[in-house]
Design a protein around this ligand. Structure first.
Ligand code: GTP
Ligand code: MG
Length: 203
Protein backbone atom coordinates (compact mmCIF):
# COMPACT_ATOMS: atom_id res chain seq x y z
CA UNK A 1 0.00 0.00 0.00
CA UNK A 2 1.79 3.04 -1.21
CA UNK A 3 -0.59 5.52 0.35
CA UNK A 4 -1.30 3.71 3.61
CA UNK A 5 1.45 5.20 5.63
CA UNK A 6 0.85 8.77 4.63
CA UNK A 7 -2.90 8.34 5.13
CA UNK A 8 -2.33 7.05 8.64
CA UNK A 9 0.15 9.74 9.44
CA UNK A 10 -2.16 12.42 8.15
CA UNK A 11 -4.84 11.35 10.63
CA UNK A 12 -2.49 12.01 13.52
CA UNK A 13 -1.01 15.20 12.17
CA UNK A 14 -2.16 18.38 13.82
CA UNK A 15 -4.36 20.41 11.49
CA UNK A 16 -2.67 23.24 9.63
CA UNK A 17 -2.55 26.28 11.87
CA UNK A 18 -4.54 29.40 11.13
CA UNK A 19 -2.16 32.05 9.82
CA UNK A 20 -2.85 35.72 10.35
CA UNK A 21 -1.11 38.79 9.05
CA UNK A 22 -0.32 41.60 11.47
CA UNK A 23 1.27 44.91 10.56
CA UNK A 24 3.73 46.72 12.78
CA UNK A 25 3.61 50.41 11.98
CA UNK A 26 4.60 53.72 13.54
CA UNK A 27 6.97 56.62 13.08
CA UNK A 28 10.61 56.66 12.11
CA UNK A 29 12.91 54.86 14.54
CA UNK A 30 10.21 53.88 17.01
CA UNK A 31 11.40 50.26 17.23
CA UNK A 32 9.42 48.34 14.58
CA UNK A 33 12.39 46.34 13.29
CA UNK A 34 13.47 45.69 16.88
CA UNK A 35 9.98 44.41 17.78
CA UNK A 36 9.77 41.99 14.85
CA UNK A 37 13.30 40.74 15.58
CA UNK A 38 12.52 40.20 19.27
CA UNK A 39 9.77 37.64 18.67
CA UNK A 40 10.39 36.11 15.29
CA UNK A 41 11.09 32.36 15.22
CA UNK A 42 12.58 32.63 11.78
CA UNK A 43 15.54 34.82 11.04
CA UNK A 44 13.64 38.01 10.34
CA UNK A 45 13.88 39.34 6.83
CA UNK A 46 15.10 42.89 7.03
CA UNK A 47 15.51 45.50 4.38
CA UNK A 48 17.77 47.90 6.20
CA UNK A 49 19.90 50.53 4.57
CA UNK A 50 22.50 52.60 6.32
CA UNK A 51 21.46 56.10 7.24
CA UNK A 52 23.92 58.34 5.49
CA UNK A 53 25.09 61.87 5.68
CA UNK A 54 23.20 62.50 2.44
CA UNK A 55 19.93 61.54 4.13
CA UNK A 56 20.45 63.88 7.04
CA UNK A 57 18.12 66.63 5.84
CA UNK A 58 15.23 64.15 5.43
CA UNK A 59 15.91 61.60 8.18
CA UNK A 60 14.97 63.18 11.49
CA UNK A 61 17.25 61.56 14.07
CA UNK A 62 16.24 63.57 17.11
CA UNK A 63 15.67 61.03 19.92
CA UNK A 64 17.29 58.15 18.01
CA UNK A 65 20.79 59.51 17.60
CA UNK A 66 22.26 56.01 17.95
CA UNK A 67 20.37 54.81 14.90
CA UNK A 68 22.54 53.59 12.04
CA UNK A 69 20.09 51.95 9.63
CA UNK A 70 16.50 52.41 8.45
CA UNK A 71 13.94 50.05 6.92
CA UNK A 72 13.42 50.72 3.23
CA UNK A 73 10.82 48.08 2.32
CA UNK A 74 9.64 45.99 5.23
CA UNK A 75 10.47 43.65 8.08
CA UNK A 76 9.08 40.17 8.01
CA UNK A 77 8.88 37.65 10.84
CA UNK A 78 6.79 34.79 12.16
CA UNK A 79 5.60 33.80 15.62
CA UNK A 80 3.52 30.81 16.72
CA UNK A 81 1.16 32.10 19.39
CA UNK A 82 -0.48 28.70 19.88
CA UNK A 83 0.09 25.47 17.99
CA UNK A 84 -2.96 26.30 15.88
CA UNK A 85 -2.28 30.02 15.46
CA UNK A 86 0.66 31.54 13.60
CA UNK A 87 1.21 35.24 13.02
CA UNK A 88 3.12 36.68 10.13
CA UNK A 89 4.49 40.06 11.08
CA UNK A 90 5.07 42.79 8.55
CA UNK A 91 6.95 45.81 9.80
CA UNK A 92 6.39 48.91 7.69
CA UNK A 93 9.09 51.40 6.78
CA UNK A 94 8.91 54.37 9.14
CA UNK A 95 9.76 57.22 6.86
CA UNK A 96 7.24 59.25 4.90
CA UNK A 97 9.00 58.71 1.62
CA UNK A 98 8.05 55.01 1.72
CA UNK A 99 4.31 55.57 2.10
CA UNK A 100 3.63 54.11 -1.33
CA UNK A 101 4.40 50.64 0.09
CA UNK A 102 1.74 50.72 2.75
CA UNK A 103 -1.29 49.73 0.65
CA UNK A 104 0.53 46.67 -0.58
CA UNK A 105 1.62 45.69 2.93
CA UNK A 106 -1.83 46.31 4.43
CA UNK A 107 -3.61 43.97 2.02
CA UNK A 108 -5.11 41.02 3.88
CA UNK A 109 -3.96 42.19 7.30
CA UNK A 110 -6.12 41.21 10.27
CA UNK A 111 -4.88 44.11 12.33
CA UNK A 112 -2.03 46.43 13.14
CA UNK A 113 0.14 47.52 16.03
CA UNK A 114 1.08 51.20 15.98
CA UNK A 115 4.28 51.58 17.97
CA UNK A 116 4.68 54.94 19.64
CA UNK A 117 7.43 56.78 21.49
CA UNK A 118 6.16 59.30 24.03
CA UNK A 119 8.99 61.70 23.09
CA UNK A 120 7.72 61.84 19.52
CA UNK A 121 4.06 61.01 19.85
CA UNK A 122 3.01 63.07 16.84
CA UNK A 123 5.01 60.70 14.62
CA UNK A 124 2.35 58.06 15.15
CA UNK A 125 -0.54 60.23 13.89
CA UNK A 126 -0.03 59.26 10.26
CA UNK A 127 -0.18 55.53 10.97
CA UNK A 128 -3.23 55.92 13.23
CA UNK A 129 -5.02 57.96 10.55
CA UNK A 130 -4.16 55.39 7.94
CA UNK A 131 -5.76 52.51 9.87
CA UNK A 132 -8.75 54.55 11.09
CA UNK A 133 -9.61 55.63 7.54
CA UNK A 134 -9.43 52.12 6.17
CA UNK A 135 -11.27 50.48 9.05
CA UNK A 136 -8.30 48.25 9.89
CA UNK A 137 -8.31 47.13 13.53
CA UNK A 138 -5.31 48.55 15.35
CA UNK A 139 -3.89 49.12 18.81
CA UNK A 140 -1.21 51.42 20.15
CA UNK A 141 1.85 50.00 21.91
CA UNK A 142 4.08 52.55 23.60
CA UNK A 143 7.71 51.46 23.28
CA UNK A 144 9.20 52.54 26.60
CA UNK A 145 12.70 53.73 25.68
CA UNK A 146 15.23 54.13 28.47
CA UNK A 147 15.28 57.76 29.52
CA UNK A 148 11.82 58.59 28.17
CA UNK A 149 9.19 59.73 30.64
CA UNK A 150 6.58 57.10 31.39
CA UNK A 151 2.93 58.00 31.02
CA UNK A 152 -0.08 55.88 31.92
CA UNK A 153 -1.85 54.29 28.95
CA UNK A 154 -4.88 56.52 29.49
CA UNK A 155 -2.78 59.68 29.16
CA UNK A 156 -1.41 58.39 25.86
CA UNK A 157 -4.92 57.57 24.69
CA UNK A 158 -6.03 61.14 25.37
CA UNK A 159 -2.97 62.65 23.73
CA UNK A 160 -3.56 60.58 20.60
CA UNK A 161 -7.33 61.19 20.73
CA UNK A 162 -8.09 57.48 20.43
CA UNK A 163 -11.51 55.85 20.70
CA UNK A 164 -12.16 54.19 24.04
CA UNK A 165 -12.09 50.74 22.45
CA UNK A 166 -8.61 51.04 20.92
CA UNK A 167 -6.26 49.10 23.24
CA UNK A 168 -3.22 51.03 24.49
CA UNK A 169 -0.36 49.13 26.12
CA UNK A 170 3.12 49.93 27.33
CA UNK A 171 5.82 47.60 26.04
CA UNK A 172 9.51 47.06 25.49
CA UNK A 173 10.13 46.24 21.83
CA UNK A 174 13.36 44.41 22.78
CA UNK A 175 11.59 41.94 25.11
CA UNK A 176 10.07 38.83 23.63
CA UNK A 177 7.42 38.37 26.33
CA UNK A 178 6.40 41.99 26.23
CA UNK A 179 6.00 41.91 22.45
CA UNK A 180 4.10 38.65 22.67
CA UNK A 181 1.57 40.25 25.05
CA UNK A 182 1.08 43.08 22.56
CA UNK A 183 0.51 40.64 19.71
CA UNK A 184 -2.03 38.66 21.72
CA UNK A 185 -3.85 41.91 22.50
CA UNK A 186 -4.02 43.02 18.86
CA UNK A 187 -5.28 39.61 17.70
CA UNK A 188 -7.96 39.57 20.42
CA UNK A 189 -8.99 43.12 19.59
CA UNK A 190 -9.19 42.46 15.85
CA UNK A 191 -11.08 39.19 16.38
CA UNK A 192 -13.53 40.96 18.66
CA UNK A 193 -14.20 43.68 16.06
CA UNK A 194 -14.57 41.12 13.26
CA UNK A 195 -17.07 39.07 15.27
CA UNK A 196 -19.04 42.18 16.12
CA UNK A 197 -19.20 43.25 12.48
CA UNK A 198 -20.58 39.85 11.54
CA UNK A 199 -23.41 39.99 14.07
CA UNK A 200 -26.69 41.03 12.45
CA UNK A 201 -27.73 44.56 13.28
CA UNK A 202 -30.63 44.76 15.71
CA UNK A 203 -33.91 45.73 14.10
N1 GTP B 1 16.42 51.82 24.65
C1 GTP B 1 15.69 51.27 23.70
N2 GTP B 1 16.15 51.33 22.45
C2 GTP B 1 15.41 50.79 21.48
C3 GTP B 1 14.17 50.17 21.74
N3 GTP B 1 13.62 49.77 20.58
C4 GTP B 1 14.51 50.11 19.63
N4 GTP B 1 15.59 50.70 20.16
C5 GTP B 1 16.71 51.27 19.45
O1 GTP B 1 16.18 52.34 18.71
C6 GTP B 1 16.67 52.37 17.40
C7 GTP B 1 15.57 52.28 16.37
O2 GTP B 1 15.04 51.00 16.31
P1 GTP B 1 14.48 50.32 14.97
O3 GTP B 1 13.92 49.00 15.42
O4 GTP B 1 15.46 50.33 13.86
O5 GTP B 1 13.29 51.30 14.60
P2 GTP B 1 12.33 51.24 13.33
O6 GTP B 1 11.01 51.70 13.83
O7 GTP B 1 12.39 49.93 12.67
O8 GTP B 1 13.01 52.35 12.40
P3 GTP B 1 12.68 52.70 10.84
O9 GTP B 1 12.51 51.41 10.13
O10 GTP B 1 13.87 53.46 10.38
O11 GTP B 1 11.47 53.54 10.88
C8 GTP B 1 17.68 51.23 17.31
O12 GTP B 1 18.95 51.79 17.52
C9 GTP B 1 17.28 50.30 18.46
O13 GTP B 1 18.40 49.62 19.01
C10 GTP B 1 13.72 50.12 23.11
O14 GTP B 1 12.67 49.58 23.43
N5 GTP B 1 14.52 50.69 24.04
MG1 MG C 1 12.72 49.52 10.75
Amino acid sequence: MVFGRSERRRKHDAPDPVTLKILVAGGFGVGKTTLVGAVSEIKPLRTEERLTEAGRPVDDLVGVEGKRTTTVAMDFGRITLREDLVLYLFGTPGQDRFWFLWDELARGALGAVVLADTRRLADSFAAIDYFERRGIAFMVAVNCFDGADRYPAETVREALDLDAEVPVMLCDAREKDSVRDVLIAVVEHAMHLTTRQREPALP
